[in-house]
Design a protein around this ligand. Structure first.
Ligand SMILES: Nc1ncnc2c1ncn2[C@@H]1O[C@H](COP(=O)(O)OP(=O)(O)OP(=O)(O)O)[C@@H](O)[C@H]1O
Length: 593
Protein backbone atom coordinates (compact mmCIF):
# COMPACT_ATOMS: atom_id res chain seq x y z
CA UNK A 1 0.00 0.00 0.00
CA UNK A 2 1.45 3.33 -0.98
CA UNK A 3 1.19 6.88 0.21
CA UNK A 4 2.10 9.90 -1.94
CA UNK A 5 5.70 9.39 -3.05
CA UNK A 6 7.84 12.11 -1.46
CA UNK A 7 11.16 11.03 -3.04
CA UNK A 8 11.01 14.10 -5.32
CA UNK A 9 11.12 16.30 -2.20
CA UNK A 10 14.78 15.44 -1.61
CA UNK A 11 15.92 15.54 -5.22
CA UNK A 12 18.20 18.37 -6.44
CA UNK A 13 16.49 21.53 -7.76
CA UNK A 14 17.97 21.26 -11.23
CA UNK A 15 17.03 17.64 -11.68
CA UNK A 16 13.47 18.41 -10.51
CA UNK A 17 13.35 21.23 -13.07
CA UNK A 18 14.66 18.97 -15.81
CA UNK A 19 12.28 16.14 -14.93
CA UNK A 20 9.37 18.57 -14.69
CA UNK A 21 10.12 20.02 -18.12
CA UNK A 22 10.53 16.53 -19.60
CA UNK A 23 7.12 15.52 -18.26
CA UNK A 24 5.48 18.42 -20.09
CA UNK A 25 6.64 18.21 -23.70
CA UNK A 26 4.26 21.11 -24.49
CA UNK A 27 6.81 23.47 -22.87
CA UNK A 28 9.35 22.64 -25.57
CA UNK A 29 7.01 23.32 -28.49
CA UNK A 30 8.43 26.19 -30.54
CA UNK A 31 11.18 26.82 -27.99
CA UNK A 32 13.79 27.45 -30.73
CA UNK A 33 11.68 30.31 -32.18
CA UNK A 34 11.19 31.82 -28.72
CA UNK A 35 14.93 31.65 -28.05
CA UNK A 36 15.71 33.40 -31.36
CA UNK A 37 13.28 36.18 -30.41
CA UNK A 38 14.88 36.39 -26.94
CA UNK A 39 18.31 36.70 -28.54
CA UNK A 40 17.11 39.40 -30.95
CA UNK A 41 15.47 41.39 -28.17
CA UNK A 42 18.61 41.26 -26.03
CA UNK A 43 20.91 41.99 -28.97
CA UNK A 44 18.80 45.10 -29.63
CA UNK A 45 19.69 46.42 -26.18
CA UNK A 46 23.41 46.74 -26.98
CA UNK A 47 22.74 48.87 -30.04
CA UNK A 48 22.26 51.94 -27.78
CA UNK A 49 25.68 51.70 -25.99
CA UNK A 50 27.42 51.07 -29.33
CA UNK A 51 25.63 54.02 -30.95
CA UNK A 52 26.56 56.28 -28.00
CA UNK A 53 30.19 55.25 -28.26
CA UNK A 54 30.23 55.83 -32.04
CA UNK A 55 28.45 59.19 -31.67
CA UNK A 56 30.93 60.36 -29.05
CA UNK A 57 34.10 59.06 -30.69
CA UNK A 58 33.23 59.58 -34.37
CA UNK A 59 30.34 62.07 -34.47
CA UNK A 60 31.24 64.60 -31.74
CA UNK A 61 34.97 64.16 -31.35
CA UNK A 62 35.78 64.89 -35.03
CA UNK A 63 38.67 67.13 -36.02
CA UNK A 64 36.49 69.43 -38.16
CA UNK A 65 33.57 69.72 -35.62
CA UNK A 66 30.55 67.48 -34.98
CA UNK A 67 29.38 65.29 -37.88
CA UNK A 68 25.63 66.00 -37.79
CA UNK A 69 24.74 63.54 -40.57
CA UNK A 70 26.55 60.74 -38.72
CA UNK A 71 24.87 61.63 -35.42
CA UNK A 72 21.47 61.72 -37.13
CA UNK A 73 21.88 58.26 -38.65
CA UNK A 74 23.15 56.90 -35.28
CA UNK A 75 20.04 58.26 -33.53
CA UNK A 76 17.79 56.84 -36.26
CA UNK A 77 19.47 53.45 -35.96
CA UNK A 78 18.90 53.57 -32.18
CA UNK A 79 15.20 54.36 -32.67
CA UNK A 80 14.72 51.48 -35.13
CA UNK A 81 16.65 49.11 -32.86
CA UNK A 82 14.55 50.06 -29.80
CA UNK A 83 11.33 49.56 -31.77
CA UNK A 84 12.41 46.17 -33.14
CA UNK A 85 13.56 45.08 -29.67
CA UNK A 86 10.16 45.94 -28.24
CA UNK A 87 8.38 44.01 -31.02
CA UNK A 88 10.60 40.96 -30.51
CA UNK A 89 10.02 41.10 -26.74
CA UNK A 90 6.25 41.23 -27.33
CA UNK A 91 6.27 38.27 -29.72
CA UNK A 92 8.47 36.31 -27.29
CA UNK A 93 6.06 37.01 -24.39
CA UNK A 94 3.06 35.85 -26.35
CA UNK A 95 4.81 32.64 -27.41
CA UNK A 96 5.96 31.94 -23.86
CA UNK A 97 2.49 32.46 -22.42
CA UNK A 98 1.00 30.15 -25.00
CA UNK A 99 3.45 27.31 -24.53
CA UNK A 100 3.57 27.59 -20.75
CA UNK A 101 -0.23 27.63 -20.40
CA UNK A 102 -0.44 24.63 -22.74
CA UNK A 103 2.18 22.78 -20.70
CA UNK A 104 0.55 23.62 -17.38
CA UNK A 105 -2.91 22.60 -18.55
CA UNK A 106 -1.45 19.25 -19.62
CA UNK A 107 0.32 18.89 -16.27
CA UNK A 108 -2.87 19.61 -14.31
CA UNK A 109 -4.83 17.08 -16.36
CA UNK A 110 -2.12 14.40 -15.96
CA UNK A 111 -1.79 14.99 -12.21
CA UNK A 112 -5.58 15.01 -11.75
CA UNK A 113 -6.03 11.78 -13.74
CA UNK A 114 -3.27 10.19 -11.73
CA UNK A 115 -4.96 11.11 -8.46
CA UNK A 116 -7.93 9.09 -9.70
CA UNK A 117 -5.70 6.13 -10.54
CA UNK A 118 -4.42 6.01 -6.98
CA UNK A 119 -6.20 3.65 -4.64
CA UNK A 120 -8.66 4.88 -2.02
CA UNK A 121 -6.07 4.07 0.60
CA UNK A 122 -3.40 6.27 -0.99
CA UNK A 123 -5.93 9.06 -1.37
CA UNK A 124 -7.11 8.80 2.19
CA UNK A 125 -3.48 8.82 3.37
CA UNK A 126 -3.29 12.41 2.08
CA UNK A 127 -5.69 15.11 3.22
CA UNK A 128 -8.07 16.07 0.42
CA UNK A 129 -7.23 19.79 0.53
CA UNK A 130 -3.54 19.02 0.30
CA UNK A 131 -4.16 16.75 -2.66
CA UNK A 132 -6.17 19.51 -4.32
CA UNK A 133 -3.34 22.01 -3.73
CA UNK A 134 -1.00 19.68 -5.61
CA UNK A 135 -3.04 20.11 -8.79
CA UNK A 136 -3.99 23.76 -8.29
CA UNK A 137 -1.82 26.22 -6.35
CA UNK A 138 1.35 24.16 -6.75
CA UNK A 139 0.89 24.22 -10.52
CA UNK A 140 0.21 27.99 -10.28
CA UNK A 141 3.68 28.45 -8.81
CA UNK A 142 5.16 26.71 -11.84
CA UNK A 143 3.03 28.99 -14.00
CA UNK A 144 4.44 32.11 -12.27
CA UNK A 145 7.94 30.92 -12.92
CA UNK A 146 7.37 29.90 -16.53
CA UNK A 147 5.73 33.23 -17.38
CA UNK A 148 7.77 35.77 -15.47
CA UNK A 149 10.80 34.20 -13.84
CA UNK A 150 11.42 31.86 -16.74
CA UNK A 151 11.05 34.72 -19.20
CA UNK A 152 13.41 36.88 -17.21
CA UNK A 153 15.75 33.93 -16.97
CA UNK A 154 16.00 33.55 -20.75
CA UNK A 155 16.40 37.29 -21.32
CA UNK A 156 18.92 37.59 -18.47
CA UNK A 157 21.12 34.79 -19.78
CA UNK A 158 21.08 36.38 -23.25
CA UNK A 159 21.81 39.81 -21.78
CA UNK A 160 24.67 38.47 -19.67
CA UNK A 161 26.23 36.77 -22.68
CA UNK A 162 25.87 39.69 -25.09
CA UNK A 163 27.06 42.24 -22.51
CA UNK A 164 30.05 40.02 -21.60
CA UNK A 165 31.15 39.63 -25.23
CA UNK A 166 30.88 43.38 -25.93
CA UNK A 167 32.67 44.27 -22.69
CA UNK A 168 35.51 42.01 -23.83
CA UNK A 169 35.59 43.75 -27.21
CA UNK A 170 35.82 47.22 -25.61
CA UNK A 171 38.31 46.39 -22.86
CA UNK A 172 39.31 42.93 -21.65
CA UNK A 173 40.92 44.47 -18.53
CA UNK A 174 37.70 46.17 -17.43
CA UNK A 175 35.70 43.04 -18.33
CA UNK A 176 37.92 40.93 -16.06
CA UNK A 177 37.46 43.50 -13.29
CA UNK A 178 33.65 43.29 -13.52
CA UNK A 179 33.66 39.46 -13.56
CA UNK A 180 36.06 39.33 -10.60
CA UNK A 181 33.64 41.49 -8.61
CA UNK A 182 30.63 39.26 -9.43
CA UNK A 183 32.23 35.81 -9.28
CA UNK A 184 31.99 35.47 -5.46
CA UNK A 185 28.35 36.66 -5.61
CA UNK A 186 27.51 33.96 -8.20
CA UNK A 187 29.06 31.26 -5.97
CA UNK A 188 27.32 32.60 -2.88
CA UNK A 189 23.98 32.62 -4.74
CA UNK A 190 24.38 28.94 -5.61
CA UNK A 191 24.92 27.92 -2.00
CA UNK A 192 22.21 30.24 -0.84
CA UNK A 193 19.78 28.67 -3.29
CA UNK A 194 19.82 25.39 -1.34
CA UNK A 195 18.63 27.06 1.85
CA UNK A 196 15.97 29.05 0.01
CA UNK A 197 14.83 25.88 -1.75
CA UNK A 198 14.22 24.07 1.56
CA UNK A 199 12.27 27.06 2.84
CA UNK A 200 10.05 27.20 -0.22
CA UNK A 201 9.29 23.49 0.12
CA UNK A 202 7.96 24.31 3.61
CA UNK A 203 5.92 27.16 2.12
CA UNK A 204 4.22 24.76 -0.34
CA UNK A 205 3.51 22.25 2.43
CA UNK A 206 1.96 24.94 4.65
CA UNK A 207 -0.20 26.00 1.70
CA UNK A 208 -1.40 22.38 1.46
CA UNK A 209 -2.23 22.43 5.23
CA UNK A 210 -4.09 25.69 4.83
CA UNK A 211 -6.24 24.41 1.95
CA UNK A 212 -6.91 21.16 3.84
CA UNK A 213 -8.05 23.08 6.95
CA UNK A 214 -10.20 25.51 4.96
CA UNK A 215 -11.87 22.81 2.82
CA UNK A 216 -12.55 20.61 5.86
CA UNK A 217 -14.15 23.47 7.74
CA UNK A 218 -16.34 24.34 4.73
CA UNK A 219 -17.40 20.73 4.08
CA UNK A 220 -18.05 20.13 7.78
CA UNK A 221 -19.83 23.47 8.30
CA UNK A 222 -23.08 21.83 9.48
CA UNK A 223 -21.34 19.75 12.18
CA UNK A 224 -19.27 22.75 13.28
CA UNK A 225 -22.42 24.84 13.71
CA UNK A 226 -24.32 22.03 15.40
CA UNK A 227 -21.59 21.71 18.04
CA UNK A 228 -21.04 25.45 18.25
CA UNK A 229 -17.36 24.89 17.56
CA UNK A 230 -16.93 27.80 15.14
CA UNK A 231 -14.34 29.36 17.38
CA UNK A 232 -12.27 26.19 17.74
CA UNK A 233 -12.41 25.53 13.98
CA UNK A 234 -11.65 29.19 13.29
CA UNK A 235 -8.58 28.92 15.50
CA UNK A 236 -7.40 25.84 13.60
CA UNK A 237 -7.73 27.69 10.29
CA UNK A 238 -6.05 30.77 11.82
CA UNK A 239 -3.15 28.58 12.93
CA UNK A 240 -2.61 27.22 9.42
CA UNK A 241 -2.87 30.74 7.96
CA UNK A 242 -0.32 31.91 10.50
CA UNK A 243 2.01 28.99 9.82
CA UNK A 244 1.82 29.78 6.10
CA UNK A 245 2.48 33.48 6.72
CA UNK A 246 5.53 32.83 8.90
CA UNK A 247 7.16 30.27 6.56
CA UNK A 248 6.47 32.53 3.58
CA UNK A 249 7.96 35.55 5.42
CA UNK A 250 11.01 33.53 6.45
CA UNK A 251 11.59 32.43 2.85
CA UNK A 252 11.11 35.95 1.48
CA UNK A 253 13.36 37.51 4.12
CA UNK A 254 16.10 35.20 2.92
CA UNK A 255 15.56 36.22 -0.70
CA UNK A 256 15.39 39.93 0.26
CA UNK A 257 18.93 39.63 1.63
CA UNK A 258 20.27 39.11 -1.86
CA UNK A 259 19.01 42.49 -3.12
CA UNK A 260 21.27 44.80 -1.07
CA UNK A 261 24.22 42.44 -1.51
CA UNK A 262 23.98 42.49 -5.29
CA UNK A 263 23.42 46.29 -5.22
CA UNK A 264 26.61 46.65 -3.22
CA UNK A 265 28.60 44.47 -5.60
CA UNK A 266 27.19 46.42 -8.56
CA UNK A 267 28.27 49.74 -6.97
CA UNK A 268 31.77 48.41 -6.30
CA UNK A 269 32.09 47.12 -9.88
CA UNK A 270 30.88 50.43 -11.36
CA UNK A 271 33.26 52.44 -9.18
CA UNK A 272 36.10 50.11 -10.16
CA UNK A 273 35.28 50.53 -13.85
CA UNK A 274 35.21 54.34 -13.54
CA UNK A 275 38.62 54.45 -11.78
CA UNK A 276 40.34 51.78 -13.90
CA UNK A 277 38.67 53.09 -17.10
CA UNK A 278 39.92 56.64 -16.44
CA UNK A 279 43.44 55.31 -15.84
CA UNK A 280 43.26 53.27 -19.06
CA UNK A 281 41.95 56.38 -20.88
CA UNK A 282 44.84 58.49 -19.58
CA UNK A 283 47.22 55.80 -20.87
CA UNK A 284 45.54 56.09 -24.31
CA UNK A 285 44.03 52.56 -24.19
CA UNK A 286 40.37 53.65 -24.00
CA UNK A 287 38.39 56.51 -25.58
CA UNK A 288 35.78 58.53 -23.67
CA UNK A 289 33.04 56.99 -25.85
CA UNK A 290 34.28 53.48 -25.07
CA UNK A 291 34.27 54.17 -21.33
CA UNK A 292 30.70 55.53 -21.44
CA UNK A 293 29.60 52.55 -23.57
CA UNK A 294 31.31 50.23 -21.11
CA UNK A 295 29.40 51.79 -18.21
CA UNK A 296 26.14 51.17 -20.14
CA UNK A 297 27.24 47.56 -20.59
CA UNK A 298 28.00 47.19 -16.87
CA UNK A 299 24.39 48.23 -16.19
CA UNK A 300 23.21 45.63 -18.72
CA UNK A 301 25.43 43.02 -17.06
CA UNK A 302 24.38 43.93 -13.51
CA UNK A 303 20.61 43.98 -14.00
CA UNK A 304 20.33 40.22 -14.68
CA UNK A 305 22.41 39.65 -11.53
CA UNK A 306 19.88 41.67 -9.58
CA UNK A 307 16.84 40.10 -11.19
CA UNK A 308 18.52 36.75 -10.53
CA UNK A 309 17.21 37.04 -6.98
CA UNK A 310 13.69 37.52 -8.27
CA UNK A 311 14.12 34.65 -10.70
CA UNK A 312 15.54 32.62 -7.83
CA UNK A 313 12.46 33.37 -5.78
CA UNK A 314 10.11 32.24 -8.55
CA UNK A 315 12.31 29.29 -9.45
CA UNK A 316 12.43 28.01 -5.87
CA UNK A 317 8.69 28.33 -5.53
CA UNK A 318 8.22 26.56 -8.86
CA UNK A 319 10.66 23.78 -7.98
CA UNK A 320 8.85 23.24 -4.68
CA UNK A 321 5.53 23.17 -6.59
CA UNK A 322 6.96 20.79 -9.17
CA UNK A 323 8.22 18.49 -6.42
CA UNK A 324 4.72 18.19 -4.99
CA UNK A 325 3.16 17.60 -8.40
CA UNK A 326 5.88 15.07 -9.27
CA UNK A 327 5.17 13.44 -5.90
CA UNK A 328 1.69 12.65 -7.21
CA UNK A 329 2.89 11.51 -10.64
CA UNK A 330 5.69 9.38 -9.12
CA UNK A 331 3.28 7.50 -6.89
CA UNK A 332 2.71 4.12 -8.47
CA UNK A 333 -0.94 3.06 -8.12
CA UNK A 334 -0.95 0.08 -5.75
CA UNK A 335 -4.26 -1.17 -7.11
CA UNK A 336 -3.20 -1.32 -10.74
CA UNK A 337 -5.35 -1.93 -13.79
CA UNK A 338 -4.01 -4.98 -15.68
CA UNK A 339 -5.23 -3.19 -18.84
CA UNK A 340 -5.20 -5.09 -22.12
CA UNK A 341 -3.25 -7.95 -20.52
CA UNK A 342 -6.12 -8.51 -18.09
CA UNK A 343 -9.27 -10.57 -18.52
CA UNK A 344 -12.78 -9.50 -19.45
CA UNK A 345 -15.54 -11.18 -17.49
CA UNK A 346 -18.39 -12.66 -19.55
CA UNK A 347 -21.87 -11.33 -18.70
CA UNK A 348 -24.10 -13.20 -16.28
CA UNK A 349 -24.56 -13.42 -12.50
CA UNK A 350 -21.21 -13.57 -10.75
CA UNK A 351 -19.81 -16.15 -8.34
CA UNK A 352 -17.55 -14.72 -5.63
CA UNK A 353 -14.84 -16.59 -3.75
CA UNK A 354 -12.64 -15.38 -0.89
CA UNK A 355 -9.61 -17.65 -0.32
CA UNK A 356 -7.77 -17.21 3.01
CA UNK A 357 -8.09 -13.42 2.75
CA UNK A 358 -6.28 -11.32 5.34
CA UNK A 359 -6.19 -7.53 5.49
CA UNK A 360 -4.67 -4.75 7.59
CA UNK A 361 -4.84 -0.98 6.96
CA UNK A 362 -1.37 0.60 6.60
CA UNK A 363 0.33 0.71 9.98
CA UNK A 364 -2.71 -0.85 11.68
CA UNK A 365 -3.50 -4.27 13.14
CA UNK A 366 -5.06 -7.03 11.01
CA UNK A 367 -8.79 -6.37 10.55
CA UNK A 368 -9.66 -9.46 8.48
CA UNK A 369 -8.28 -12.89 9.33
CA UNK A 370 -8.29 -15.91 7.05
CA UNK A 371 -11.66 -15.17 5.45
CA UNK A 372 -12.95 -18.06 3.29
CA UNK A 373 -16.31 -17.83 1.58
CA UNK A 374 -18.02 -18.73 -1.66
CA UNK A 375 -21.12 -16.82 -2.73
CA UNK A 376 -23.17 -18.54 -5.43
CA UNK A 377 -24.30 -16.64 -8.53
CA UNK A 378 -27.71 -14.98 -8.24
CA UNK A 379 -27.82 -15.33 -4.45
CA UNK A 380 -28.74 -12.44 -2.19
CA UNK A 381 -26.45 -12.36 0.80
CA UNK A 382 -26.58 -10.13 3.86
CA UNK A 383 -23.36 -9.40 5.72
CA UNK A 384 -23.95 -8.60 9.37
CA UNK A 385 -21.76 -7.98 12.40
CA UNK A 386 -20.99 -5.54 15.16
CA UNK A 387 -19.59 -2.15 14.19
CA UNK A 388 -15.88 -2.44 13.31
CA UNK A 389 -16.12 -6.19 12.64
CA UNK A 390 -14.78 -5.78 9.07
CA UNK A 391 -17.92 -5.73 6.89
CA UNK A 392 -17.04 -2.61 4.88
CA UNK A 393 -13.45 -3.82 4.49
CA UNK A 394 -14.85 -7.07 3.05
CA UNK A 395 -16.95 -5.05 0.56
CA UNK A 396 -14.01 -2.85 -0.46
CA UNK A 397 -11.87 -5.92 -1.16
CA UNK A 398 -14.72 -7.44 -3.15
CA UNK A 399 -14.97 -4.36 -5.39
CA UNK A 400 -11.17 -3.98 -5.56
CA UNK A 401 -11.05 -0.58 -3.98
CA UNK A 402 -8.12 -2.22 -2.15
CA UNK A 403 -6.16 -5.46 -2.54
CA UNK A 404 -5.86 -8.06 0.25
CA UNK A 405 -2.61 -8.32 2.20
CA UNK A 406 -2.82 -12.12 1.98
CA UNK A 407 -4.99 -14.60 0.14
CA UNK A 408 -7.05 -13.76 -2.95
CA UNK A 409 -10.49 -12.76 -4.13
CA UNK A 410 -11.91 -14.47 -7.23
CA UNK A 411 -14.91 -13.57 -9.36
CA UNK A 412 -16.18 -16.31 -11.66
CA UNK A 413 -12.91 -18.11 -10.89
CA UNK A 414 -10.72 -15.20 -12.08
CA UNK A 415 -8.48 -13.50 -9.49
CA UNK A 416 -9.82 -9.96 -9.10
CA UNK A 417 -6.45 -8.35 -9.85
CA UNK A 418 -6.44 -10.06 -13.26
CA UNK A 419 -9.73 -8.43 -14.31
CA UNK A 420 -9.52 -5.28 -16.44
CA UNK A 421 -10.87 -2.21 -14.69
CA UNK A 422 -13.23 -1.48 -17.57
CA UNK A 423 -14.81 -4.93 -17.17
CA UNK A 424 -14.66 -4.84 -13.36
CA UNK A 425 -16.40 -1.47 -13.05
CA UNK A 426 -19.03 -2.54 -15.58
CA UNK A 427 -19.85 -5.86 -13.92
CA UNK A 428 -19.42 -5.01 -10.25
CA UNK A 429 -21.01 -1.91 -8.76
CA UNK A 430 -20.88 -0.76 -5.18
CA UNK A 431 -23.42 1.52 -3.58
CA UNK A 432 -21.56 3.16 -0.70
CA UNK A 433 -23.28 4.11 2.54
CA UNK A 434 -23.35 7.75 1.55
CA UNK A 435 -23.84 7.57 -2.23
CA UNK A 436 -22.30 10.89 -3.20
CA UNK A 437 -24.60 13.07 -5.27
CA UNK A 438 -23.22 15.77 -7.53
CA UNK A 439 -24.61 19.29 -7.78
CA UNK A 440 -26.70 18.55 -10.88
CA UNK A 441 -30.19 17.36 -11.79
CA UNK A 442 -31.66 14.09 -10.61
CA UNK A 443 -31.34 12.71 -14.17
CA UNK A 444 -27.66 13.63 -14.39
CA UNK A 445 -26.97 11.96 -11.06
CA UNK A 446 -28.71 8.72 -12.03
CA UNK A 447 -27.02 8.82 -15.42
CA UNK A 448 -23.61 8.49 -13.71
CA UNK A 449 -24.48 4.78 -13.68
CA UNK A 450 -24.87 4.70 -17.48
CA UNK A 451 -23.92 7.89 -19.34
CA UNK A 452 -25.80 6.95 -22.52
CA UNK A 453 -29.14 6.33 -20.76
CA UNK A 454 -31.99 8.37 -22.25
CA UNK A 455 -34.67 10.10 -20.16
CA UNK A 456 -37.05 7.31 -21.18
CA UNK A 457 -34.58 4.71 -19.83
CA UNK A 458 -34.44 6.62 -16.56
CA UNK A 459 -38.22 6.84 -16.22
CA UNK A 460 -38.53 3.13 -16.99
CA UNK A 461 -35.83 2.27 -14.43
CA UNK A 462 -37.60 4.32 -11.77
CA UNK A 463 -40.87 2.52 -12.55
CA UNK A 464 -39.16 -0.88 -12.32
CA UNK A 465 -37.82 0.08 -8.91
CA UNK A 466 -41.31 1.13 -7.81
CA UNK A 467 -40.29 4.78 -7.63
CA UNK A 468 -42.61 6.21 -10.29
CA UNK A 469 -44.90 7.83 -7.67
CA UNK A 470 -41.96 9.43 -5.93
CA UNK A 471 -40.62 10.79 -9.23
CA UNK A 472 -44.07 12.15 -10.15
CA UNK A 473 -44.24 13.94 -6.81
CA UNK A 474 -41.02 15.88 -7.46
CA UNK A 475 -41.57 19.49 -8.64
CA UNK A 476 -39.42 19.18 -11.76
CA UNK A 477 -39.36 15.41 -12.07
CA UNK A 478 -36.06 14.19 -13.53
CA UNK A 479 -34.86 17.79 -13.90
CA UNK A 480 -35.11 18.47 -10.16
CA UNK A 481 -31.79 19.88 -8.97
CA UNK A 482 -30.40 17.87 -6.02
CA UNK A 483 -28.15 20.63 -4.64
CA UNK A 484 -24.57 20.30 -3.45
CA UNK A 485 -23.91 16.72 -2.31
CA UNK A 486 -27.65 16.16 -2.76
CA UNK A 487 -28.57 18.37 0.19
CA UNK A 488 -31.92 19.37 -1.39
CA UNK A 489 -33.05 15.75 -0.93
CA UNK A 490 -33.69 13.87 2.31
CA UNK A 491 -31.23 11.15 3.42
CA UNK A 492 -33.71 8.49 2.33
CA UNK A 493 -34.23 10.10 -1.07
CA UNK A 494 -30.49 10.25 -1.57
CA UNK A 495 -30.41 6.49 -0.99
CA UNK A 496 -33.11 6.03 -3.62
CA UNK A 497 -31.06 8.02 -6.16
CA UNK A 498 -27.93 5.99 -5.32
CA UNK A 499 -29.91 2.77 -5.83
CA UNK A 500 -31.37 3.96 -9.14
CA UNK A 501 -27.87 4.92 -10.26
CA UNK A 502 -26.59 1.41 -9.50
CA UNK A 503 -29.66 -0.22 -11.08
CA UNK A 504 -29.32 1.66 -14.37
CA UNK A 505 -25.69 0.49 -14.58
CA UNK A 506 -27.13 -3.06 -14.74
CA UNK A 507 -24.22 -4.84 -12.98
CA UNK A 508 -23.92 -8.59 -12.44
CA UNK A 509 -22.77 -8.17 -8.87
CA UNK A 510 -24.23 -5.45 -6.70
CA UNK A 511 -22.53 -4.61 -3.43
CA UNK A 512 -24.59 -2.45 -1.10
CA UNK A 513 -23.35 -0.76 2.01
CA UNK A 514 -26.69 -0.12 3.61
CA UNK A 515 -27.12 3.35 5.04
CA UNK A 516 -27.60 3.51 8.79
CA UNK A 517 -29.54 6.78 8.74
CA UNK A 518 -33.09 6.43 10.03
CA UNK A 519 -35.79 7.25 7.51
CA UNK A 520 -39.57 7.66 7.81
CA UNK A 521 -41.69 4.48 7.40
CA UNK A 522 -42.97 5.47 3.93
CA UNK A 523 -39.44 6.01 2.59
CA UNK A 524 -38.33 2.80 4.35
CA UNK A 525 -40.95 0.87 2.37
CA UNK A 526 -39.84 2.61 -0.84
CA UNK A 527 -36.17 1.79 -0.17
CA UNK A 528 -37.05 -1.84 0.55
CA UNK A 529 -39.06 -2.05 -2.67
CA UNK A 530 -36.27 -0.42 -4.70
CA UNK A 531 -33.69 -2.73 -3.08
CA UNK A 532 -35.77 -5.69 -4.04
CA UNK A 533 -35.98 -4.52 -7.63
CA UNK A 534 -32.30 -3.60 -7.85
CA UNK A 535 -31.03 -6.94 -6.51
CA UNK A 536 -33.41 -9.25 -8.40
CA UNK A 537 -31.74 -11.69 -10.82
CA UNK A 538 -28.17 -10.78 -9.90
CA UNK A 539 -25.68 -11.64 -7.20
CA UNK A 540 -26.25 -9.09 -4.46
CA UNK A 541 -24.23 -8.65 -1.30
CA UNK A 542 -25.62 -6.18 1.23
CA UNK A 543 -23.92 -4.97 4.36
CA UNK A 544 -27.08 -5.06 6.41
CA UNK A 545 -27.88 -2.69 9.24
CA UNK A 546 -31.60 -3.45 9.15
CA UNK A 547 -33.24 -6.65 10.27
CA UNK A 548 -35.54 -6.62 7.24
CA UNK A 549 -32.57 -6.87 4.86
CA UNK A 550 -31.13 -9.86 6.75
CA UNK A 551 -34.52 -11.54 6.87
CA UNK A 552 -35.10 -11.06 3.13
CA UNK A 553 -31.67 -12.44 2.15
CA UNK A 554 -31.14 -15.99 0.91
CA UNK A 555 -28.25 -16.29 3.30
CA UNK A 556 -26.60 -14.34 6.12
CA UNK A 557 -22.85 -14.17 6.70
CA UNK A 558 -21.91 -13.08 10.21
CA UNK A 559 -18.64 -11.27 10.92
CA UNK A 560 -17.07 -10.96 14.33
CA UNK A 561 -13.70 -9.28 14.95
CA UNK A 562 -12.58 -9.78 11.32
CA UNK A 563 -13.67 -13.44 11.03
CA UNK A 564 -16.70 -15.17 9.55
CA UNK A 565 -18.26 -16.88 12.56
CA UNK A 566 -21.66 -17.99 11.26
CA UNK A 567 -23.35 -18.53 7.93
CA UNK A 568 -26.81 -19.69 6.87
CA UNK A 569 -30.38 -18.57 6.27
CA UNK A 570 -31.83 -16.11 8.77
CA UNK A 571 -34.40 -18.59 10.11
CA UNK A 572 -31.69 -21.15 10.87
CA UNK A 573 -29.20 -18.74 12.46
CA UNK A 574 -31.71 -16.97 14.61
CA UNK A 575 -32.59 -20.23 16.28
CA UNK A 576 -28.97 -20.93 17.31
CA UNK A 577 -27.22 -19.29 20.23
CA UNK A 578 -24.43 -17.08 18.90
CA UNK A 579 -23.44 -13.69 17.51
CA UNK A 580 -26.38 -13.54 15.08
CA UNK A 581 -29.00 -14.37 17.70
CA UNK A 582 -27.53 -11.60 19.91
CA UNK A 583 -27.59 -9.09 17.03
CA UNK A 584 -31.13 -10.08 16.20
CA UNK A 585 -32.18 -9.64 19.80
CA UNK A 586 -30.71 -6.12 19.82
CA UNK A 587 -32.58 -5.27 16.57
CA UNK A 588 -35.82 -6.45 18.12
CA UNK A 589 -35.12 -4.45 21.27
CA UNK A 590 -34.41 -1.34 19.17
CA UNK A 591 -37.64 -1.78 17.21
CA UNK A 592 -39.67 -2.05 20.38
CA UNK A 593 -38.13 1.01 21.94
N1 LIG B 1 -9.20 3.70 6.35
C1 LIG B 1 -8.93 3.02 7.47
N2 LIG B 1 -7.72 3.14 8.07
C2 LIG B 1 -7.42 2.45 9.19
N3 LIG B 1 -8.27 1.61 9.80
C3 LIG B 1 -9.50 1.45 9.29
C4 LIG B 1 -9.89 2.15 8.09
N4 LIG B 1 -11.16 1.79 7.81
C5 LIG B 1 -11.54 0.91 8.77
N5 LIG B 1 -10.54 0.71 9.65
C6 LIG B 1 -10.58 -0.21 10.80
O1 LIG B 1 -10.84 -1.52 10.33
C7 LIG B 1 -11.75 -2.20 11.18
C8 LIG B 1 -12.91 -2.72 10.37
O2 LIG B 1 -13.61 -1.62 9.83
P1 LIG B 1 -14.86 -1.77 8.86
O3 LIG B 1 -15.17 -0.41 8.35
O4 LIG B 1 -14.58 -2.83 7.87
O5 LIG B 1 -15.97 -2.24 9.91
P2 LIG B 1 -17.54 -2.41 9.70
O6 LIG B 1 -17.86 -3.77 10.20
O7 LIG B 1 -17.92 -2.10 8.30
O8 LIG B 1 -18.09 -1.30 10.68
P3 LIG B 1 -19.44 -0.41 10.56
O9 LIG B 1 -20.59 -1.33 10.75
O10 LIG B 1 -19.30 0.55 11.68
O11 LIG B 1 -19.43 0.26 9.21
C9 LIG B 1 -12.16 -1.21 12.24
O12 LIG B 1 -11.44 -1.53 13.42
C10 LIG B 1 -11.73 0.14 11.72
O13 LIG B 1 -11.29 0.95 12.77
Amino acid sequence: MTVIDEAAATEGGLSTLRRGLRLSPEFRAGLAGTLVLALLSTAGRVVVPIAVQQTMDKGLDRAGGPDIAFIRSAVLLCAVAVLLTALCAYAMNVRLYKTSEGGLAGLRVRAFRHVHDLSMLTQSGERRGSLVSRVTTDVDQISNFMQSGGLMFIVSIGQLLVASVLMLVYSWQLALLVWAAFLPLAFALRRFQRVVSARYMQVRERMGDLLAAVSESVVGAAVIRAHASEERTGRRVDDTVDAFRSTQTRAQAMVALTFPVSELVAAIATAGVVVAGTLLGIGGHLTAGELVAFLFLVTLFVSPMQTATEVLNDAQNAIAGWRRVLGVLDTVPDVADPGDAGETLPRGPIEVRFESVGFAYPGGPPVLHDVNATIAPRSRVAIVGQTGSGKTTFAKLLTRLMDPVSGRVLVDGVPLDRVRFSSLRERIVMVPQDGFLFDASLADNIRYGRPDATDEDLVLAMAELGLADWLDGLPQGLDTPVGQRGESLSAGERQLVALARAYIADPDLLVLDEATSAVDPATEVRIQRALDGATRGRTAISIAHRMSTAEAADEVIVFDAGRIVQRGPHAELVALPGVYADLHASWIAQRNM
